[in-house]
Design a protein around this ligand. Structure first.
Ligand SMILES: Nc1ncnc2c1ncn2[C@@H]1O[C@H](COP(=O)(O)OP(=O)(O)OP(=O)(O)O)[C@@H](O)[C@H]1O
Length: 602
């Protein structure tokens, strides 16, 4: 076929020049609305010198000012002159041979960095046939990421750790530890761990780039027909961002993944059996990856459109080591906020058009159109229906004292968008309001989420509640919270209105340190110490009346973190004596019937 192409270059170029794209296509177009959290792009690299020297024409043509590419295949009919068959593919963003990696970074990838810095998970995959430009794209992007992370433009301080691993078949290696073999394991909490992989703390751009270069040098490569040093493995570069101001928040993660090259059939001719096995493994893991990205996009599209009762999309992330490693990106049960970018790398040479068609088809399949969401009527009890103005109004009235600045927390977001913001970013934005505390921000975040979950669980009940007596409804709500029913309570210092059921924070003395969370304890007041019986004992087995200097104190039940994030249980039989001077502040807790836990509120 290569000789046939070379013999028909002039005719091919004439047919391509005459080509008129069809205006009616049943497929999605580049204007099809897809999930904003999964962007599928393609980058067509320039023709390489040897491809030009051999005289091959370009087979991939980008339509002006669109994200659609026409791929014209040369066909050899049984009789008559050569003809072309054309295929068009659309993606969310398409970059041509003149686009630099910098342009790709600024336009597409840059937002992943502040997202992960703020506590979210950002993932970039480069996919494509061997020698299509994946490694060149990812290594260039890694350099721009390194610059961005270290140029001081990101908000706040983070501890940055990085690791780079390689997945070859079922085996994983640490590229920052001399290619030592590591294991991908799921711990008892269902979290995937790269057991044995070293994490390096980085504080400057130079060291970071040195690690990237060292890892690249260790990555296993084999010559293929298309590329003298083809990567036959997936390389995963992971940055983890710890926020020292929020030790309990989940760390932000940024993954940059250079996938192993999918190979064209004509390359496979030269394969021995072990290369065939390797190629099969690569293609099977890329196929599982496609199902996972699509599955997650479908799950996101369902949640955007409010289809919460639908059977959740199946995401087969356990079927390959690659997707198991990225479980928290794909698992529909994961609560982490994710943004994913796919860059399909395309070789424009007509001789490789078959593989380029596969790459573009793969990219197109990753795009899941957003179902037309019903325009939901505004409901004050359903955050998913709030526009920016309604959201800001709710923040103003519900964020506690001092009230969080809505313009900083939600400068442009609507209800669904604020719900997707990573928790750490939500809290960081709240803390920009003078006087706001971490506890207040956490409790406020929980309050928004609780409202959202309640509204999803029982939309019908909410509609009914809207029509019932609001005074009675708020009285009932009070009975599920530790808030003081006294209307003027907030004007009276909490120490002067201590009552059974009040929850307070207190810094525990050394003997109670094991009960502390971030050096703080929470306790629910039960009764004055004097009211406890003579033989009542505290959590350490001491008689409470005999505790020195505690005569003025209250017998309290410890309030301890529970299994779900932000949830608490009351340890009714873990009693402690807390003196009034040791109490720091009143903390409001709310009972959640569905999870049977308490949550902090504001
Ligand atoms: N945008 C580009 N501009 C110029 N040259 C490019 C571009 N992209 C790729 N190349 C060149 O194409 C060749 C193959 O690129 P690269 O090694 O990045 O491909 P790959 O897809 O990672 O291949 P493999 O899967 O086999 O590892 C290299 O010589 C590279 O310099």
């Amino acid at each position: 076929m290569e000789q046939y192409i070379l013999d028909n270059v002039d005719r091919y170029q004439k047919l391509v020049a005459e080509f008129k794209p069809s205006t009616s296509s049943s497929k999605g177009s580049d204007t099809t609305e897809t999930s904003p959290d999964i962007v599928v792009s393609a980058r067509v690299r320039p023709m390489l010198e040897d491809e030009l020297a051999q005289g091959f024409p370009v087979g991939v043509h980008i339509r002006d000012d669109t994200n659609t590419a026409d791929l014209h295949e040369l066909q050899q009919p049984v009789r008559g002159p050569a003809r072309i068959r054309s295929f068009d593919y659309s993606v969310d963003r398409l970059y041509g041979p003149d686009a630099s990696t910098r342009e790709l970074y600024d336009d597409l990838v840059q937002p992943l960095v502040p997202w992960a810095w703020g506590g979210g998970i950002g993932t970039l995959f480069a996919y494509g046939q061997t020698a299509s430009g994946k490694t060149m794209t990812v290594s260039g992007l890694e350099r721009h990421v390194a610059e961005h992370m270290m140029d001081g433009s990101l908000d706040g301080d983070r501890k940055i750790s990085m690791s780079i691993i390689e997945l070859a078949g079922q085996t994983a290696y640490d590229l920052l530890n001399d290619r030592k073999q590591i294991s991908i394991l799921e711990d008892s909490f269902g979290v995937t761990q790269m057991a044995g992989a070293l994490e390096h703390h980085v504080t400057d751009k130079k060291t970071l780039l040195e690690y990237i270069d060292a890892a690249a040098a260790l990555r296993s490569t084999t010559p293929t027909l298309r590329n003298n040093s083809s990567s036959r493995s997936h390389a995963i570069c992971r940055f983890r961002f710890e926020n020292p101001q929020l030790p309990s928040a989940k760390d932000g993660l940024l993954y940059l993944i250079d996938l192993a090259g999918s190979e064209a059939a004509r390359d496979k001719v030269a394969h021995d059996t072990s290369r065939m096995k390797e190629a099969r493994e690569i293609n099977s893991s890329l196929s599982v990856l496609k199902d996972c990205i699509r599955g997650r996009a479908v799950a996101d599209a369902d949640s955007f459109s409010g289809k919460t009762n639908k059977k959740p999309a199946y995401v087969p992330f356990r079927q390959s080591t690659l997707t198991k490693t990225l479980k928290h990106v794909f698992d529909p049960a994961s609560t982490r906020s994710c943004k994913t970018i796919v860059v399909a790398c395309v070789n424009p040479c007509l001789a490789d058009l078959g593989a380029s068609k596969n790459t573009m088809r793969y990219a197109e399949m990753l795009r899941v159109p957003m179902p037309k969401a019903k325009v939901m009527e505004y409901n004050p009890g359903i955050p998913a229906t709030w526009n920016n103005e309604q959201l800001r109004d709710w923040i103003q009235r519900n964020s506690g004292e001092p009230s969080v600045n809505p313009a900083v927390l939600a400068p442009s977001e609507n209800g669904p968008q604020l719900l997707r913001l990573p928790t750490a970013e939500f809290i960081t934005r709240c803390l920009k309001t003078e006087g706001a505390t971490v506890e207040q921000a956490q409790a406020f975040h929980t309050k928004l989420w609780k409202l959202h979950i309640d509204s999803q669980r029982n939309a019908a009940k909410l509609t009914v509640a809207k029509t019932t007596d609001t005074a009675e409804a708020s009285r009932q709500e009070l009975l599920d919270s530790s808030a003081d029913p006294e209307p003027d309570a907030s004007k009276i210092p909490f120490q002067e209105r201590i009552r059974p059921g009040m929850v307070v924070s207190w810094t525990p003395p050394a003997e109670y340190a094991s009960f502390a969370v971030n050096k703080k304890c929470y306790a629910m007041v039960m009764c004055p110490v004097q009211a406890a019986g003579e033989r009542a004992r505290d959590a350490h087995g001491e008689l409470v009346n005999a505790v020195e200097g505690k005569g003025e104190g209250y017998l309290c039940a410890l309030v301890m973190p529970a299994l779900l994030p932000g949830s608490f249980v009351v340890g009714l039989w873990r009693q402690v004596v807390v003196r009034v001077e040791e109490m720091q502040a009143e903390v409001l807790m709310e009972w959640d019937e569905a999870t049977r836990y308490y949550y902090m509120t504001v």
